[in-house]
Design a protein around this ligand. Structure first.
Ligand SMILES: Nc1ncnc2c1ncn2[C@@H]1O[C@H](COP(=O)(O)OP(=O)(O)OP(=O)(O)O)[C@@H](O)[C@H]1O
Ligand SMILES: [Mg+2]
Length: 277
């Protein structure tokens, strides 16, 4: 793409001053569009700004640095989940490029994409997406089983992840025996058990009460404080204030991009463990 567009478009602004030792962004998307349907019925779920000359969508540009904590906000239908599904390699763009850790994922086949999802990305969804009638321990072991980790090691790591989210005593419980907040903590344990570089969370607290919301956000803050890149979708300002950078989507375009805290510092809301009693 013409480089002259780069400095002026939200998403690619000076997230921080370039330094010689700055690693390349973990996420780089360029001119990315996603459309559904055809002809008059086409929905441009991601379109970016319009080309002033032709009116055609220019696509979305976005860089996310390693270790950043990014909240994506926007009203219903603005394209948040579409963006997250593409970032998570769960869906493919209509046009444009997505480089994850420097690899153009558009060139990968389905099997390679599954490997990328398993190795690099942890997912947390609004609806928990736990497997019914399956114990918390087995849920958390699942991504390790896909990765080919042996049974004893799987168990050890899954129990450690459940312990991290405060649920080691619930390891034998099934989803219908857990509260919503506990189910989401199992989902967080499942997302972190493979030690992914990036956590993607789509409205992770959307179905939780305020206490469970605080617990789950404290976990996500802690994951970012220990170096994980976090991309979190939310409707709520209270949730977005945990992030270091806030993007706002309107009709499939990034219209605002605000840095609230440095990429390489701690998340802006003090981690629970650091808050005096
Ligand atoms: N599979 C699909 N087929 C057709 N249109 C779709 C599909 N998925 C999403 N869309 C449309 O794309 C647009 C963006 O949807 P998306 O789910 O990304 O919104 P969102 O910002 O996540 O909204 P919400 O806050 O309600 O979850 C919407 O207009 C939606 O109707
Ligand atoms: Mg959505």
């Amino acid at each position: 793409m013409p480089r002259r567009h780069l400095p002026t478009r939200p998403g690619t602004g000076p997230a921080r001053a370039a330094r010689p030792d700055t690693p390349p962004p973990v996420i780089r998307i360029r001119r990315l569009t996603k459309s559904y349907g055809h002809g008059d019925a086409t929905v441009h779920a991601l379109r970016g700004p319009d080309d002033p000359a032709t009116g055609a969508p220019l696509g979305v540009d976005l860089d996310i640095e390693q270790g950043d904590y990014v909240a994506v906000m926007g009203s219903s239908g603005s394209g948040k989940s579409t963006l997250m599904n593409i970032l998570g390699c769960l869906d493919v763009p209509t046009a444009g490029h997505y480089l994850l850790d420097g690899t153009d994922v558009g060139h990968l086949d389905e099997q390679q994409l599954a490997l990328v999802r398993n190795r690099k990305i942890g997912f947390v969804f609004q609806s928990f997406n736990l497997v019914p009638r399956t114990t918390a321990l087995a849920q958390v072991e699942l991504p390790l089983a896909y990765a080919g980790v042996r049974a004893a090691e799987r168990r050890r790591r899954a129990l450690a992840a459940l312990s991290l989210v405060g649920l080691d005593e619930r390891a034998g419980h099934r989803p219908n025996e857990l509260s919503g907040g506990q189910q989401q903590r199992v989902a967080v344990a499942r997302a972190l058990v493979t030690a992914p570089a990036m956590l993607l969370a789509d409205e992770p607290t959307g179905n939780l009460d305020s206490r469970s919301t605080d617990e789950v956000l404290a976990l996500i803050d802690g994951l970012n404080a220990t170096g994980r890149t976090v991309v979190l979708i939310t409707h709520e300002d209270e949730v977005a204030r945990h992030a270091k950078r806030v993007l706002r989507l309107v009709d499939g375009a990034i219209v605002a991009d605000v840095r609230r805290a440095p990429v390489d510092g701690p998340p802006p809301v003090p981690h629970r463990a650091e808050v005096p009693a």
